[in-house]
Design a protein around this ligand. Structure first.
Ligand SMILES: [Zn+2]
Length: 420
């Protein structure tokens, strides 16, 4: 005798990310990554399915509660098509952008719309348990303010300032934060947010993802995002996908050698690009210029600053037309451009986006980078190459962190570790 179905038995179990879907469902979800709302006809055009099959697959996703019908699209003649989007009510996502001295965290719906944001000053050299507990507190504050449950948090995307083994979600030999070596960041968050899938990536990769999802990189299939700040790194998008390499450290260009006789880098080698051209190298040269008399302006600034100079001071000196400061920035841009030229020859991107704290140096830096790239790259590689500052500013990282969490909300049931 069949057991009568109880109400409890019919109720869908609470969701747990990643949500497993089959190949056909994945095609629909993939189409929705490119546009937030989509009509049946558009899905049919993208997938090549018949109307009947498209309706069947959509009905399956709507019945499961993953998709909902919203509003109406514009008509191409005839009845206006109903639009479909991912069901915002499925749950929430967290984007967490961890800097050397800051935490930036947002709570978004599964559609990627940011609902709340918190920022805090913090020192990443703290032990990871302490640092991440502060992050968890901020997330819990937002969950409470949103009036949702902890188990409705379905994804957490984390960006960290260090080399990340992407598969395992751990940092490997991070120069800035040695106490984090092999610390299980994913397990840490999943103890509190048990329904969430936690994805950990490095800070530059999440900026590249942000640029791709919401910036000028939206329609660009091959680009490099370079971050210049205290360090230098890059994120590579190839064929429209993030290229992380076999372990996750693709794009770590800060440690390419530009001068074997150069200063010792924090990685232990000598003359790395980062040690020669990033923020600390710029201020170091500015201090020298102040001391050796080649820049009276920088000396004046240093005296007024209690004996120190910051990158912003060098920037201000550039704006005043100080020749020594301009030369320092040009030299930095030249070295970065020389390394980028090699990458351009090797990878042939159509765009290079530059972000990070040094971007406020403006045109002097950009012009020297462009000049070096054009001088040293093959003409064919630079014919249509665009090199510009990212217009997203600090939003690139946090946007990318949410997008990363969103990418792993749905995965294919037969390939659970590859995103849809
Ligand atoms: Zn190095």
């Amino acid at each position: 005798m069949p057991v009568p179905e109880t109400t409890e038995a019919r109720q869908a179990p609470p969701l747990h990310a990643p949500i497993l879907i089959n190949g056909a469902e994945a095609e629909v979800i993939r189409a929705l990554r490119r546009q937030a709302k989509i009509s049946r006809t558009e899905i049919s055009n993208i997938t090549g399915w018949s109307k009947a099959k498209t309706s069947l697959e959509i009905r399956s996703l709507v019945t499961k509660g993953y998709l909902v019908e919203v509003g109406e699209g514009s008509s191409q003649g005839g009845r206006k098509p109903g639009l479909l989007q991912i069901n915002d009510q499925l749950g929430y996502l967290i984007g967490l952008d961890i800097g050397a001295t800051s935490i930036d965290v947002v709570l978004a719906n599964v559609g990627g719309k940011v609902l709340q944001r918190r920022t805090a000053v913090a020192d990443v050299r703290q032990p990871p348990e302490e640092f991440l507990s502060r992050c968890s507190e901020l997330i819990l504050e937002m969950v409470k303010a949103q009036g949702c449950r902890i188990d409705q948090v379905l994804g957490i995307g984390v960006g960290l300032p260090g080399p990340v083994d992407f598969t395992h979600g751990v940092l490997i030999a991070p120069p800035l934060m040695p106490g984090w070596e092999n610390f299980l960041i994913r397990d840490f968050f999943q103890r509190t947010f048990s329904a969430a899938y936690v994805v950990v990536d490095n800070d530059v990769n999440i900026m590249a993802i942000g640029e791709q999802r919401a910036g000028d990189g939206m329609q660009v299939d091959h680009f490099i995002f370079i971050k210049i700040g205290t360090g230098i790194g890059s994120g590579i998008v190839s064929n429209g996908k993030m290229h992380r390499g076999s372990i996750g450290c693709a794009g770590d260009i800060g440690h390419i050698c530009v001068d074997k006789q150069g200063p010792i880098c924090r990685c232990g080698n000598t003359g790395c690009l980062e040690a020669m051209a990033a923020g600390p190298a710029i201020t170091e040269r500015a201090v020298q210029a102040a001391r050796n008399g080649s820049s009276p302006l920088l000396r004046h600034m240093m005296e007024n600053n209690g004996g120190i100079l910051r990158p912003d001071d060098v920037n201000a000196a550039c704006r005043e037309g100080d020749q020594a400061a301009l030369e320092i920035i040009r030299a930095s841009g030249q070295m970065i451009g020389d390394v980028l030229a090699g990458l351009v020859n090797f990878f042939n991107p159509s765009h290079i986006f530059i972000g990070g704290g040094i971007t406020n140096f403006g045109n002097h830096l950009l012009v020297s980078i462009r000049r070096a790239v054009l001088q040293r790259s093959l003409p064919l590689a630079t014919t249509h190459l665009s090199i510009n500052f990212s217009r997203m500013g600090p939003e690139a990282g946090i946007t990318g962190a949410v997008a990363l969490a969103r990418e792993y909300l749905f995965v294919m049931e037969d390939r659970p570790f590859s995103i849809v």
